[in-house]
Every structure is written in C-alpha cells, then in structure tokens.
Design a protein around this ligand. Structure first.
Ligand code: GDD
Ligand code: MG
Length: 359
C-alpha cells in the first residue's frame, strides 16, 4: 500500500493570530482546510494510507478528517506529547506504517502548496534505487529554506538549512520519498530535525540522496502574505487542486454568503458561507472566514478576516490580518503587515483628515 507521512505539528507562529486557535494546515484556504488540498493531491498520486504527525492542537485534525473514508484515504493520527521536530515526528509514526524496509514512503510538509507530480518523483526514486529523493524547487532567495546543491547526476551534495549564504537556489520543497529503513534509522524518543540532522548525516554516510527538480507551482504558506496568496491562487486555478469546492474563477462565494449586488469580489477572494459583504464594497485577493462582515464601501485587498471579524464602512485594508472576532471601525486605513489581535476593537475614525477630503 502506498503511504505518506504528513508533518503537521508546527505552531505556525509566523501566522499568528490566525494560528492561535487553528493549526496552520487547518486554516480555511479556498473554502476548505489547507490540508484538504494536500490530501487530495496525495490521493491523486496513488497514496492510500496517510499518517498525520501532529503536535500542536492535534484534535482539530482528527475532528475534521476522521478515519479519512470521505477523502478516499485511510488516515491515522499520532500526537507528540513534546514536539519532536521534523525527523522526530516522522520516526514517531513509524509503528503505523506498513511498508517494507525498501519500500518508498512519501513525507510531506503540511504547509506546502505544490503542483508537482508526486507519482513521477516516486518513480524516479524507485528507478534510481535511492535512499531518499527530495523534491527541489528554484527560488530567488534561498535563505528561508533548505539549500540543496546537486551534482551533474542530480545527486544532492549538501543540505544547508536556512543558511545566510546559500550555495544553491535549488531548495528543499518539503516533499521527500524515503526508503522505509531510513525512517527506522532515525533515533527515537527525542527531538530530531530532518533538515539539520538526518539529511546531513545521510550525505556524510554516502547514502544516495537524489534531487528531483520540478518547477511546477510551489508555495510555502507560512506567512500571512503567502497564505492569502495560496488561497487566491487556488481559487483562480493557478494552483491545481482536486479539493477546490467549485470551478476556478475570480472568486469563490460559498452558498449562503450574503454579497450585495454592487459589491466587487475578485482576485481569487473566498467568501465563506456565513460571511457578508455590504453595498459598494470591493474585496480582492482576500479570505473572508465564517461569520465575517465587510460593511458598505470598504475596500479590502490581500487581507484576511478571521471568524466573526468585521470591518466598518469605508475602511481600507491592504495586506492585513484581522483576528477572530475583532472589529476594525469605519473609516480606518491599515496597510501591509498590520495584524489586529482577536476580539480587539478599533474605534470608528472620528477626525476627518484635510489631506484626503475636500475642504
Ligand atoms: N509533527 C511535527 N513535529 N511536525 C512539525 C514539527 C514538530 O515538532 N515542527 C515542524 N513541523 C511541521 C510543520 O507543521 C510544517 O508542516 C513542516 O513540519 C515544516 O515546518 P516549518 O516550520 O513550516 O519549516 P520551514 O517552512 O521553516 O522550513 C521547512 O520547509 C521548507 C519548504 O517549505 C524545511 O523543510 C526547509 O528545508 C524547506 O525548504
Ligand atoms: Mg513551512
């Protein structure tokens, strides 16, 4: 049986406050939890059994996905009592894997949206008889990632995690095919980093660690800007997903949402079933979660409204995260990077500025 381990235990600190209640892989993305897209893509690549390596808020995953039947998968869950790191998390689920020692097991970072061909990566791994085969993608700035230089045959020669001076713009894209025996060789019962310990040790031991370069759509959703972009790209069909709840288009307005006839919703915006958008408002490339509200004439771009969050009339938000239940009063303007904490209330603007209004 083809099986995969999903690493979903991170705390998602860069996505706070959205991740205070919801783990990063469970954030609503194009109308469904982000992980639903990853699971659907794994299923499409022939994976039948998935083990979720959880740590932070484990119950949120099992409550949603259950045993996996509704997703065409058998899903198991393992919760770490202390966070074991990426390799520690993989090792910790080993007892639930059924693969033989030389069989390939797929490992996926739970926060990566990728259009790459997983089945082709598995086939390349098998054909080469590799110990590990890593999907690599090219980025402009490799410093936030694992830099993976390769030789002429495609063999990875070094693994440099978050190096200030990366030697290659080919980076670890967060999808590994590992021979089962590689997983069982990871030390058990203590935190281990696959990036800082396991891969460098495999390379030092002369193991065959292959780079599988694929330049399909790829995005790590770890920051607010990346998360909102991933959602918009899914809605517009730029990132293909079998889990998209509707045809690709400029907007995903879920049944039940209340949107004024003259409101403009575009750029891949998702409007949840219980969200509402008032008259003359414009919402572009944004995520409006359950129970959120945009009042008349407000203008939102590349922003996220958490559950039950609201924005007053005429307010302008660009690149902003509004936490669950928070309210940004009428007439405010917040720009790139601003985060409004859950349940905070920003009052209506009471003073008029002479620079932006006549008189
Ligand atoms: N079970 C478990 N336990 N999962 C964990 C833990 C843990 O202690 N720590 C992190 N994870 C999960 C996260 O939930 C995420 O899905 C994945 O492991 C990677 O962690 P991130 O915190 O998102 O790492 P990153 O984005 O900084 O870097 C990683 O991904 C890059 C590609 O997106 C590294 O693998 C880099 O080498 C890689 O380039
Ligand atoms: Mg990440």
């Amino acid at each position: 049986m083809s099986e995969a381990v999903l690493l979903v235990g991170g705390r998602g600190t860069r996505l706070r406050p959205l991740t205070v209640t919801t783990p990063k892989p469970m954030l609503p993305t194009a109308g469904v939890p982000f992980l639903a897209h990853v699971l659907a893509r794994a299923r499409a690549a022939g994976i039948e059994h998935v083990v979720l390596a959880t740590s932070y808020r484990p119950e949120v995953f099992s409550e949603h996905f259950g045993a996996g039947a509704g997703f065409g998968l058998a899903i198991d869950y393992v919760a770490e009592t202390e966070a074991l790191g990426t390799a520690g998390g993989i090792r910790n689920v080993s007892g639930l894997l059924t693969s033989g020692p030389d069989d390939p097991v797929v490992v996926l970072n739970g926060d990566v949206l990728s259009g790459h061909d997983i089945a082709r990566q598995i086939a390349a791994h098998r054909a080469a008889g590799a110990d590990a085969t890593l999907h690599l993608t090219e980025v402009d700035d490799a410093r936030p990632f694992g830099s993976c230089p390769t030789d002429a045959s495609g063999r990875i020669t070094a693994f440099l995690e978050k190096s200030p001076v990366p030697v290659s713009n080919l980076v670890n894209a967060g999808c590994y095919v590992l021979a089962r025996r590689v997983i069982d060789a990871i030390p058990a019962g203590r935190p281990v980093s696959v990036e800082r310990e396991t891969f460098p040790a495999l390379l030092a031991a002369g193991a065959l660690v292959l780079g599988h370069v694929d330049d399909a759509y790829w995005l790590d959703i770890g920051t607010p800007a990346a998360y909102v972009r991933a959602s918009a790209d899914l809605v517009r069909g730029m990132a293909p997903s079998p889990a998209l709840p509707g045809p690709p288009g400029e907007a995903l307005v879920l049944p039940g949402a209340q949107v004024a006839p003259d409101a403009v919703i575009d750029g891949g915006t998702t409007v949840a079933a219980t969200a509402c958008v008032g008259a003359g408002a414009t919402v572009s490339g944004s995520v409006l979660m359950e129970g959120s509200r945009v009042d008349a004439g407000a203008r939102l771009s590349r922003s996220v409204l958490g559950r039950g969050a609201s924005v007053g009339a005429g307010t302008v938000l660009d690149g902003v995260v509004v936490g669950d239940g928070a309210h940004v009063g009428a007439g405010n303007e917040l720009v790139s990077g601003a985060r409004v904490w859950p349940d905070a209330i920003l009052p209506d603007r009471s003073v008029r500025f002479s620079t932006d209004e006549a008189g």
